[in-house]
Write a protein that binds this ligand. Structure first.
Ligand SMILES: Cc1ncc(COP(=O)(O)O)c(C=O)c1O
Length: 415
């Protein structure tokens, strides 16, 4: 009988679905703790992509022969799956992009340029990933838009005490649903409601949330939501934007070229219907099909179980690492695993994050070291870098114990 984790996931069975995890690194079992950066891929995803290339590769929305029609069907089927996964009211509200960074740039360049100018403000937060900062900094420099930032509380939550004042004159609020550094789960529903009451739209960077818990765009009440496939068991090169139909209808195209037009003359063009209006050129077809297979895999596990599993492993990690390493180990972000995802950014004594990560690698433990594309947040935390361990469906308490053991070795090494 398979043993279920306390969260309800059979991690041994899950692990056996991921070929990459079945290997030794530096003489140790590979312990992959960098899924917040990019998750590993189950055999089902790899097979779906290979099958597509081996049996039905052709360009989509063009050919009228059988394999081209099948390629189109599979590509569009992935959109249907993604829309269902987000509980989107309509499939046509899901635009495929190459990642969440492109999705946010799409909103900034298309909606932003059409709707923002001098005197308008955009409200972001101090915990945003560069993907939800730089597109707005670019627009601010071009259009004279004012950028404001929600600050943080000492325990790594958003400080909403001044929200109403900060919202005056704001046209768009951009917020990460789950921090990639602190793990903080932000109150997106409350922020969306406040944004709407102030006459603003709300954009959610859900890169970290969509892979790890059930996301319902209707319940969140937001207007735009970006996701990225490679963090949710899917391949690289595919992500997307969900947006309310009426917003997408009104927005000008982002990139120009084939696919996104209904007619082209030498003196102008007319645009295709949504979502294709925003999908210029040959799209990432195999990648979308791989994403569809990843969604199927996650749905089989059940997103409630995925979340329960992560609460369990995160709670275990917070307790056991602190117990063993005491004050030498700082773990940033909220203490309660119910308020955070499975992302642990750490500082161990005076050891530089990169040195720590290299020593952990000697024990087969992969963690990310650096600023995690959140330099303004690093400045708030008073550090230049952290070592970040992040968990997913294939990790279990043994992996946390391996991490803890490797941290102990690092302390000895640098003592
Ligand atoms: C919160 C958040 N937003 C955006 C991104 C950017 O993702 P991508 O590089 O797939 O566009 C990441 C990736 O680390 C992230 O964690």
């Amino acid at each position: 009988m398979a043993e279920l984790s306390r969260g309800g996931i059979d991690t041994a069975a899950v692990r056996s679905d991921f070929p990459i995890l079945d290997q030794q690194v530096n003489g140790h079992r590979l312990v992959y703790l960098d899924s917040a950066s990019s998750s590993q891929k189950p055999r089902a995803v790899i097979d779906a992509m290979s099958r597509y290339y081996e049996t039905t590769h052709a360009n989509v929305h063009r050919g009228v022969y059988a394999i081209a029609e099948e390629a189109t069907r599979q590509y569009e089927q992935a959109r249907v799956r993604m829309a269902r996964f987000l509980n989107a009211p309509r499939t046509r509200e899901v635009v495929f992009t190459k990642n969440v960074t492109e999705a946010i740039n799409l909103v900034a360049q298309s909606w932003g340029r059409a709707n923002l100018g001098p005197g308008d403000a955009v409200l972001l937060t101090q915990m945003e990933h560069h993907a939800n900062l730089v597109p707005w900094l670019m627009l601010a420099a071009e259009r004279g838009v004012e950028l404001r930032y929600l600050p943080l509380t000492p325990d790594g939550h958003l400080d909403l005490s001044d929200l109403d004042r900060l919202l005056a004159g704001v046209k768009l609020v951009g917020v990460s649903a789950m921090s990639n550094v602190l793990g903080t789960i932000n109150p997106v529903q409350e922020i969306s409601e406040a944004a709407h009451a102030a006459g603003a739209v709300c954009l959610v960077d859900a890169a970290q949330m969509v892979p790890h818990m059930a996301v319902d765009v209707r319940a969140l009440g937001c207007d735009f939501l970006g996701f990225t496939g490679h963090k949710m068991l899917g391949p690289t090169g595919i992500g997307g934007l969900w947006a309310r139909e009426e917003l997408l209808e009104a927005m000008p195209p982002f990139l120009g070229g084939g696919e996104m037009i209904s007619d082209v003359r030498l003196d102008g063009f007319s645009t295709n219907e949504i979502p294709w209006k925003f999908e210029a050129g040959t799209p990432p077809i195999a990648e979308a099909i791989g994403l569809g297979a990843a969604i199927e895999y996650l749905e089989r596990l059940g997103m409630e179980a995925v979340r329960r599993h992560e609460i369990d492993i995160t709670g275990y990690a917070l307790c056991s690492l602190r117990e063993r390493h005491g004050d030498d180990l700082v773990i940033f972000g909220p203490n309660d695993p119910l308020h955070r995802g499975g992302v642990l950014s750490m500082a161990l004594g005076e050891i530089h994050a990169h040195d720590l990560s290299q020593v952990l690698d000697q024990y087969g433990v992969c963690v990310r070291a650096g600023h995690h594309c959140a330099k303004p947040l690093m400045r708030c935390l008073g550090v230049s870098a952290t070592a970040r361990a992040s968990f997913y469906v294939y990790n279990d308490r043994d992996d946390v114990d391996e991490l803890s053991e490797a941290l102990a070795e690092a302390r000895k090494f640098f003592a």
